[in-house]
Design a protein. Structure first.
Length: 440
């Protein structure tokens, strides 16, 4: 095999990504303490390994000038990876969970979202207000509760738990199924409406839909995937100057999780319409029309429960041990200095702000691609320095940086095509049409 030639080939990137997935799956099998993670790893390592091997064989035996047929085969291999690393283990774990099997331990977020949906379907608040001491205010430290009582989301997330309130079989009402439909569906719609290099879009699909950055969290929990899907769809629509549609999508993401707010707020600052005029106000107004009634109704219905569950608990200030406790700097510092946890939390917030101010001063967000990438940086800092955090939250910056890179590449290609088109003489209309078609 000519390795120098292989290194410069697009299929080489496929192989590297599949091998990364196989290595990650192998590490998960031996390191993870959760049975559902190990079950995913057993299916994923075989799938990614076979796909890497198939990609090498495809590179070795493909014929010259077989671009379209080769690309179709790469899509087929990616579909096999999606089925074996995501759909198969997801179906297995959903079925085992519905049958009450002891072989797996369904992650807390799935149960919490389903319970929240059931409560909303019966006219109740998804937020549980802990007992309050006489004379205490809304900002008084809450009494600790069991972790399954905390609905650590914004009220829009209850939509994924609504199927659990029906009489349908449990295997059909698992919250991971709507997580899959909304998350992967939003990403695929974004890729389909974008114009530009099919190679960069293909690799973006691998990262956001096929690799462990998507398959593992979706199989074992999945509540972050629909948020990520709506975030990238909103960014894509804004990149295409579809102001009102992007506002609707951003507003929907606003209602689900506070994690979505950094990128969405950044996008408002760089939003422009088709005439090049700033459109942040228009996007913001449309988003608020969607998000404000949903969030306000939850706050008014149970203000103390909302503050405790959606704000205090994610920050580790609810008086109980959060399940989001990966050994990252912020959590370790808050644990070592637990007597001063509120002060430590404020200090970490200020430190994060200083780091991000320095970053934006050096790399200001000027357009949608740079804002999307910058949002990934924001979430890296937030994940590392948050008092209560998980390694799994790093899927946000990975996906956002990949998406920002893809949009940047497409933007550069579009500018090149526009320059070449403008150089064509007015009488050569056919040549102009050919150049314009290259951007599609």
């Amino acid at each position: 095999m000519n390795w120098q030639k292989f290194k410069g080939d697009e299929i080489a990137i496929d192989v590297i990504l599949y091998l990364f997935g196989a290595g990650f799956a192998l590490a998960t099998i031996f390191i993870s303490a959760f049975p559902d993670y190990r079950l995913w790893g057993q299916s994923a390592i075989i799938t990614y390994g076979i796909c890497a091997l198939l990609s090498i064989v495809l590179w070795r035996f493909r014929k010259k000038d077989s671009g379209n047929s080769t690309f179709d085969l790469r899509i087929l291999i990616a579909a096999c990876a999606f089925g074996g690393a995501l759909l198969l283990p997801l179906t297995t774990e959903v079925t085992l969970s519905a049958n009450g099997s002891n072989l797996i331990n369904t992650q807390n977020e799935v149960k919490v979202v389903e319970q929240g949906g059931i409560k909303v379907a019966h006219g109740q608040s998804p937020y549980v207000a802990p007992p309050r001491k006489p004379g205490s205010s809304l900002l008084s430290p809450p009494v600790a509760m069991p972790v399954n009582n905390y609905f650590a989301y914004l009220p829009g997330m209850t939509a994924f738990g609504l199927p659990s309130s029906t009489d349908e079989p449990k295997v059909l009402t698992d919250a991971r199924l709507p997580f899959l439909l909304v998350g992967i569906g939003s990403i695929m719609v974004s890729l389909l409406i974008l114009k530009g290099s099919r190679e960069i879009r293909f690799h973006a699909a691998l990262v956001t839909c096929v690799l462990p950055t998507a398959s593992l969290p979706l199989v074992t929990g999945g509540d972050d995937l629909p948020v990520i899907g709506l975030m990238v769809l909103g960014a894509t629509l804004l990149f295409q100057k579809r102001i009102y549609l992007s506002g609707i999508v951003i507003g929907a993401a606003f209602t689900m999780k506070l994690t979505a707010w950094p990128i969405l707020l950044l996008l408002l600052f760089v939003a422009r319409d088709k005439n090049g005029k700033r459109a942040g106000v228009k996007v913001g107004v449309v988003s608020l029309v969607i998000a404000f009634p949903v969030i306000a109704s939850a706050v008014i219905g149970n203000p103390y429960g909302f503050i405790t569950d959606a704000i205090r608990y994610p920050l580790g200030l609810a008086g109980t041990h959060s399940l989001a406790a990966s050994p990252l700097p912020g959590h370790l510092l808050a644990t070592c200095l637990s007597k001063w946890k509120p002060e430590v939390t404020v200090s970490l917030v200020l430190l994060s702000a200083l780091i991000l101010i320095a970053f934006f001063k050096r790399y200001p967000a000027k357009d949608v691609p740079s804002a999307t990438t910058a949002a990934g940086v924001v979430l890296v800092v937030a994940t590392l320095l948050a008092p209560a955090t998980r390694l799994g939250y790093l899927i946000y910056p990975v996906d956002l940086m990949m998406w920002g890179y893809m949009l940047q590449r497409i933007s550069i290609d579009e500018r090149k095509i526009k320059m070449r088109t403008n150089w064509v003489e007015p009488g050569k209309a056919h040549d102009r049409k050919v150049l314009q078609s290259l951007s599609r």
